[in-house]
Design a protein around this ligand. Structure first.
Ligand SMILES: NC(=O)c1ccc[n+]([C@@H]2O[C@H](COP(=O)([O-])OP(=O)(O)OC[C@H]3O[C@@H](n4cnc5c(N)ncnc54)[C@H](OP(=O)(O)O)[C@@H]3O)[C@@H](O)[C@H]2O)c1
Length: 334
């Protein structure tokens, strides 16, 4: 397994992380046994970074990871690093009711996460979306106190823009920013990525397959469950979906010429953007994981990169990456 270091102060992690969200929430129902087998297979393959959020299935995802860690070897358990998001408020019906970044809430969220994961510390801890009513300095300051107390090792950020990154970094060292980055979501390139680089902050990229849209496995006829985020995502709707899948067809031609799959090519492209970027792949089945890991063997030369960018030019995606109501919560888009 190749490794990369998260920023100048963060941990060394596997070059690909496993994002566990889809095993509990947002992409329709998942198979529990297969989810745990996928986490085990990832650990067996040398993946060390497991990403979750306390609100993914209201604790379900953390308990799933906790179970997977308990039932793996001590050696894997020792190497596994947990990256946890907090702050999103839920209700018993699964609704979303805002964000809470108050220092007392931060510590309370952390206390519950440690229990559910069954670990004595969280490796990277971050608020999922900044709380508009609480200065980010206070939220980051509370995590810094958790670091001091030994409950957390590193502080991360999620979906914030350049100004907020600077404010957060003025309080305490930041290991990485978690943010969407893929061939069809390149918004970070203008200001956010250069700011991270200037400040020595790494990037954990999510949605590198645009939630499956550019994986090569998504089709126009796919029926999505009522609880699948993609059913509301602008990029998966009607004409947008068709235009985006046309981009995938163009990418497929490039991938086939290189003996790689579409998903591997899309992941390899993100890996090629810099040693400071670690893609989080959202595999929830072992076959998808195996495919994703194959991206580590795909080397893209200048000609390949040019062909990929010609197939999927920057800004070519049809539709925003979130519905309007959720775009409003993205500090990174303001
Ligand atoms: N900070 C944030 O705001 C934020 C937001 C979203 C996610 N995240 C984190 O980032 C992680 C990754 O995000 P994501 O799940 O949206 O990313 P993704 O990797 O772009 O999409 C994952 C989906 O792609 C499909 N897929 C098809 N082929 C695949 C392959 N070979 N490998 C992996 N997936 C394949 C799967 O859907 P099917 O199984 O349906 O085919 C899978 O559920 C999440 O698990 C979560 O931990 C963070």
């Amino acid at each position: 397994m190749l490794h990369r270091t998260l920023g100048t102060t963060g941990p060394q992690v596997s070059a690909l992380g496993l994002g566990c969200m889809g095993m509990s929430a947002l992409y329709g129902d998942a198979d529990r046994t297969e989810s745990i087998a996928t986490i085990h297979a990832a650990l067996d393959a040398g993946v060390t970074l497991l990403d979750t959020g306390d609100f993914y299935g209201m604790g379900h995802n953390e308990m799933l990871i906790g179970e997977a860690l308990r039932s793996t070897t001590a050696a894997h358990r020792e190497k596994a690093l947990t990256s946890v998001k907090f702050g999103a408020l839920r209700d018993p019906d699964g609704g979303w009711s805002g964000y809470d970044g108050r220092p007392a809430a931060v510590k309370s969220f952390a206390a519950y996460s440690l229990q559910r994961l069954g670990v004595d510390h969280i490796d990277v801890y971050r608020i999922a979306r900044v709380d508009p009513d609480v200065p980010v300095e206070e939220t980051v300051g509370a995590i810094a106190e958790l670091v001091q107390a030994g409950h957390v090792r590193h502080i991360g950020l999620s979906e914030v823009g350049a100004d907020t990154i600077r404010r957060a970094a003025s309080v305490a060292p930041i290991s990485d920013l978690q943010i969407e980055y893929s061939l069809i979501s390149r918004g970070i390139e203008e200001r956010i990525l250069p700011t991270c680089r200037e400040l020595g902050i790494g990037v954990t990229a999510y949605g590198v397959l645009s939630r499956g849209l550019i994986s090569g496995h998504f089709s126009r006829d796919r029926q999505l469950a009522a609880n699948d985020f993609r059913g509301m995502s602008p990029r998966f709707q009607g004409e947008n979906l068709q235009r985006n899948l046309d981009l995938v067809d163009a990418l497929r031609k490039v991938a086939e010429g290189r003996g790689a799959s579409v998903a591997q090519t899309a992941i390899a492209w993100v890996l090629s953007r810099g040693e400071d970027i670690v893609p989080l792949v959202g595999a929830r089945r072992r076959d998808r994981l195996t495919e994703a890991l194959g991206a580590l063997d795909v080397t893209l030369g200048a000609d390949d990169l040019a062909a990929i960018e010609e197939a999927v030019p920057a800004g070519a995606a049809a539709g925003e990456r979130y519905p309007a109501s959720q775009m409003a919560h993205l500090d990174s888009e303001h």
